[in-house]
Design a binder for this molecule. Structure first.
Ligand SMILES: [Zn+2]
Length: 511
């Protein structure tokens, strides 16, 4: 029997606005001291009047647009009633039938994974705005404390259609969503801090027993579908993937064993590596939604018409790959934020211009120019991603101008400096705290690479004289020892020798 998993995702995102959703309290849900950013409104005192945060509405519109949603002409808030200690009013202000954004889409490129399908088209059902609840802290003595700093923080809920078929797809979706949210600068979307919370609805069905019509799973005639399981406590991308994969395997086994299950909520236990029953789900709770009488309806589409989002991460990634020859993985990192994307692009445009001024590229065929560009792109992405970004938290901290960084790459490209000294040079440039000329520091500190073959030849002869044992070993076929000899020669040049030239000279001398 063939089975298909039907998975829908619900993601809650805390917006990084300055103030909370309906009051002027500072939005800092993880403040060290509990109950310090609170007021009558977010404590739910009777008789208080909520005032909607315009910034939060604008950010929700931006998210909706970025997800390809249509933005409603008219939207309103509703009260969702339920009783729980994290909800002082006895209802949450949310959105029911008129969400800010609906009917969007995202296509997941699964080709870099071993997913069973190379592309996963995902529909975005809706994105709506609501308020977060207070945080409950369960003490070891069995008591529970309530921290209202989180109460009333703007929260966007993004709901997809039942379009995922594997844990890998759900994980990539959450990663793409985080990239997008960070790119839009609406949330840091840090899962560990609870700024982005993912839940999955999962049911495994016999393939060909259902159709998905307008975002709903419809059984074919005569079929009774298996119940869905709501999966919570997915606190990392890894947990999203593993939790869903486990649940698919568990349900598949239940079908094989002819054991039906009831609708239920389960939690992912990271340590045990399994999902555990949390509660049986009664028929969907009656929240008795009704329109929030204290907040007037608003017009999101009007807001949407006032701005354009520019190039979004997925499009930028594709263009970086196409235009500069970055690998997809590198393009993904380099295009993830506006600041890094802009820096990379300026470095590359400087470099390409400089490459075209080289005698060997000038007037050369497009093919040669293209080869140089690809080599330069590889060098640039390597130095930005592995070296530059390892020194700083964000590219915004870097004081090196793209022009000077391009010059720095050019020095490496033309072997004027070797990799070891280039790392020192980069550290010096960063430490300077201002924009300084890399060639200047290179000369000043003597980082330049010695490519004078007569000088290097003398060094090689000296090394051969000084290390007769290693030379003998090399001559007896232990070729790996050449690395030691190159190292000694590099040391003799105080790190400025060109290691490729030294290797060549040593091999020639010893042959
Ligand atoms: Zn407040």
């Amino acid at each position: 029997m063939a089975y298909t998993a039907i998975i829908g995702m619900e993601v809650h995102v805390e917006l990084g606005t300055n103030s909370k959703m309906f009051c002027r309290c500072v939005n800092n849900p993880t403040a060290a001291s509990p109950n310090t950013h609170i007021c009558d409104i977010c404590l739910g005192h009777p008789g208080t009047l909520p005032l909607a945060n315009k910034e939060a509405i604008i950010e929700t519109v931006r998210i909706g647009k970025a997800l390809g949603c249509s933005i409603r002409e008219l939207s309103k808030f509703d009260r969702k009633h339920y009783f729980y200690p994290d909800l002082p009013k006895g209802y949450q202000i949310s959105q029911y039938d008129e969400p800010v954004a609906e009917n969007g889409a995202m296509t997941l490129d699964m080709t870099l994974t071993d997913n069973h399908r190379p592309e996963a088209p995902i529909s975005i059902t809706r994105a709506h705005l609501e308020e977060d609840t207070a945080k409950l802290l369960h003490d070891t003595d069995g008591s529970t404390l309530v921290d209202f700093n989180r109460s009333g923080v703007p929260l966007v809920e993004i709901v997809t259609g039942p379009d995922f078929q594997s844990g890998a797809e759900a994980k990539l979706y959450c990663q793409e969503l985080r990239t997008m949210l960070r790119f839009l600068e609406v949330s840091d979307a840090d899962m560990e801090k609870g700024q982005m919370r993912c839940e999955a609805n999962i049911s495994v069905q016999e393939t060909d027993s259902f159709d998905i019509v307008d975002g709903l799973v419809v059984p074919r005639p005569g079929v009774t579908l298996n119940n869905k399981v709501e999966l919570k406590n997915l606190n990392s991308f890894k947990a999203v993937e593993r939790g869903i994969a486990f649940e698919i395997a568990r349900q598949t086994q239940m079908i094989e064993d002819e054991q039906p299950w009831i609708q239920q909520t389960r939690g992912w236990d990271e340590d045990k590596g399994e999902t555990v029953m949390q509660r049986e789900k009664e028929n969907s709770a009656d929240y008795r939604y009704f329109p929030e009488p204290d907040i007037p309806p608003f017009h999101p589409a009007e807001i949407a018409g006032t701005f354009s989002l520019g190039e979004l991460p997925q499009a930028k990634r594709a263009r970086f790959h196409e235009e500069y020859g970055f690998s997809f993985a590198d393009a993904h990192i380099l295009g993830a934020t506006k600041a890094l994307g802009a820096f990379t692009e300026q470095v590359m445009s400087e470099l390409v211009e400089w490459l075209h001024s080289l005698p060997e590229v000038k007037g050369a065929s497009d093919e040669i120019a293209e080869q140089h560009k690809t080599r330069a792109a590889k060098l640039t992405s390597g130095w930005i991603i592995n070296k530059l970004l390892s020194h700083v938290d964000s590219i915004k901290e870097v004081k090196i101008s793209p022009e000077n960084f391009a010059e720095f790459i050019a020095l490496i490209y033309t072997s004027k400096i070797n990799s070891t000294n280039a790392q020192k040079l980069l550290a010096d440039m960063l430490a300077a705290g201002t924009n300084i000329d890399p060639s200047h520091i290179m000369e000043e500190k003597g980082y330049g690479q010695v490519q004078d073959s007569a000088a290097l030849q003398r060094v090689v002869e000296e090394v051969i004289l000084n290390y007769p044992d290693q030379v003998a070993q090399y001559k007896n076929g232990k070729e790996g020892i050449i690395k030691f000899l190159i190292g000694m020669a590099m040391k003799a040049t105080e790190g400025t020798g060109d290691p490729n030239m030294l290797e060549e000279l040593l091999k020639k001398q010893l042959s």
